[in-house]
Design a protein around this ligand. Structure first.
Ligand code: GUN
Length: 287
């Protein structure tokens, strides 16, 4: 039976450390970390994420600023707001919640965020830095996954890592992070031949495709570390709505060495890593 990776507990521990370091920063420099979150439109899932980010930022001792724009906002208006936040010395981190409405070019908007305030790590400069192995902001979801993988205490060098999903937010940066840990990295995706066989090679399997239960129990190598990034809302047989991951958790637990649950795995660590990035941005601004 697999050991459960308790993302909720690991995130709580990380937030506690961030709270302590925030108090020290405020005492020593008078600088209080400020996180600005921008949301465009009223996608219900995004509203929930944004509310949680604001609440947890305040709980860590940050100033939190939320900007809610209507879904007919133009790209120019959004970029003008980002320009103001770039110039605001009380704001150390800027996050534009994705997805954006279709009239707006996401990457173009993200690239107007000052790279040193891009706590999501999506700015082209930070993406390039990660790819080159230079210091910069790393996207929060794969950063949280890496922390949980490292917290198993296992030696990662030489391991076969398979990432299912090639998104800019998770799959590609996850691959760069595991490569930097000296893993042998494969990115699998919807066009991969024989996905089960590729997954069975994995000492580390990261599933990030958004397809409930795609990864079956017998695709898991005995003893593997399994990280489930999927957050899928499904209606189960008795008509109840619930969250489920990309991995068949019950079956995979029979084979894995370590496994994250959904909910309570990757999700809480993602927000904790956003706070960690914002604190780091404030510390750099204070020096
Ligand atoms: N939408 C889904 N995940 C993310 C994320 O990590 N950052 C932002 N800004 N939007 C998202």
């Amino acid at each position: 039976m697999a050991t459960l990776i308790d993302g909720k507990a690991q995130a709580a521990a990380l937030r506690e450390r961030i709270g302590i370091d925030t108090a020290t920063l405020v005492d020593q420099t008078g600088v209080r970390p400020g996180l600005a979150v921008v949301i465009v439109g009223d996608d219900p899932a995004s509203q929930v994420y944004v509310r949680n980010k604001g609440k947890q930022a305040e709980a860590a001792g940050f100033n939190s600023y939320t900007h809610r724009l209507t879904d007919d906002t133009s790209e120019d208006a959004l970029k003008a707001l980002i320009g103001e936040l770039n110039a605001d010395t009380d704001v150390h981190g800027i996050l534009v919640q994705l997805p954006l409405p279709e009239q707006i070019d996401e990457q173009s908007v993200i690239n107007t965020i000052a790279a040193e305030k891009d706590v999501d790590g999506f700015h082209i400069e930070n993406v390039g830095r990660l790819s080159l192995g230079l210091p910069g902001f790393v996207p929060c979801t794969p950063l949280g996954c890496l922390k949980m993988i490292r917290n198993t205490g296992l030696e990662l060098a030489g391991m076969e890592a398979v990432i299912v999903g090639r998104s800019n937010i998770v799959g590609k940066p996850m691959a760069a992070l595991l490569l930097a840990q000296n893993c042998t990295v494969t990115i699998a995706h919807s066009r991969t031949y024989d996905l089960p066989a590729v997954c069975r090679r994995a000492d580390i399997l990261v599933a990030a495709v958004g397809r409930p239960g795609l990864i079956k129990g017998d695709w898991i190598k005995p003893g593997a570390i399994v990280i489930d990034v999927g957050i899928n809302r499904i209606t189960d047989v008795d008509g109840r709505n619930r969250l489920t991951g990309d991995v068949d958790f019950e079956a995979a637990s029979e084979h894995a060495g370590h496994i994250t649950p959904v909910p309570g795995g990757v999700g809480p660590m993602t927000i904790a890593c956003l706070l960690a990035n914002t604190l780091q941005a404030a510390q750099l601004a204070a020096t």
